[in-house]
Design a protein around this ligand. Structure first.
Ligand SMILES: [Zn+2]
Length: 253
């Protein structure tokens, strides 16, 4: 669906919290749901994030929406020439709308994910995310900061290794026991990071002094030739969603 927004009206300023751009005149490329919010992806990496609160909802119609409590309305032109109206209706005004540029959007979404180093990151949280996003491959999924804040690329491979889960497994296929293992694995990997010289490498896999940080020694698959868990199997390197991914075909199912 591609829609050019030809008119934008906003009746209730209390709903629109951020206005880094106006949707008017922009091409709406897609609408996605992410957790509790809807993302309206416009051209130029502009996004309107809509939190529905308790009573809000979007209406789509070929005619102007005149429902009571309509706060925001976008009139658009579809590719086939049809006119379409998108309207936000919210009787109790608990919802919120943020028109954000890329950087602010990422910051905003990051806030939604549980920080994996904090108590909010629980087994139940992992189970819930996997249930909500069953088709996502687990390793790239772990890198989505809006779901798992604080997970870096090496960490995601390591977490899967310690949990015995293949990186390309669909989130929905993980059992509860595996989600528990993933939580344990996360704590283990985090502990390794905290106690060591630096696994926060940028570019190469060295710390800021140029030497290999202690963290590298704790890695079991990432950047390893042989899996350090079973000590005998060759680590396989693959690419998932554009990121280098390491796993042990023996230890991970
Ligand atoms: Zn192994």
């Amino acid at each position: 669906m591609k829609v050019v927004s030809i008119a934008y009206s906003n009746v209730a300023d209390s709903i629109v919290k951020d206005k880094e751009f106006s949707p008017k005149g922009k091409v709406l490329k897609k609408i996605e749901r992410q957790g509790k919010v809807l993302l309206f992806e416009f051209e130029d990496e502009l996004t309107s994030i809509s939190g529905l609160g308790m009573s809000g909802g979007w209406r789509v119609s070929s005619e102007k929406i005149k429902e009571k409590h309509t706060h925001v309305q976008i009139k658009g032109l579809k590719e086939n020439g049809e006119i379409i109206f998108l309207a936000y209706v919210d009787p109790r005004r608990f919802g919120n709308l943020h028109h954000l540029k890329k950087e602010s959007k990422l910051k905003w979404l990051t806030r939604l994910g549980a920080d994996v180093s904090k108590p909010e990151f629980t087994v139940e949280y992992i189970i819930d995310r996997c249930k909500r996003y069953p088709n996502k491959e687990i390793k790239p999924f772990l890198l989505e900061q809006n779901h798992f804040a604080g997970v870096g690329n090496y960490m995601a491979s390591e977490m899967c290794a310690h949990a015995g889960i293949l990186p390309n497994r669909k989130a929905g296929s993980l059992t509860k026991a595996e989600c528990r293992k993933l939580k344990k694995a996360t704590d283990l990997v985090l502990a390794g990071t905290v106690n060591s010289g630096g696994t926060t490498f940028s570019g190469g896999y060295k710390d800021t002094t140029g030497s290999q940080g202690e963290g590298v020694k704790n890695l079991v698959v990432f950047y390893q030739q042989i899996c350090r868990l079973c000590e005998r199997t060759k680590v396989l390197k693959t690419t998932l969603k554009g990121r280098g991914t390491y796993h042990c075909p023996r230890c991970q199912k």
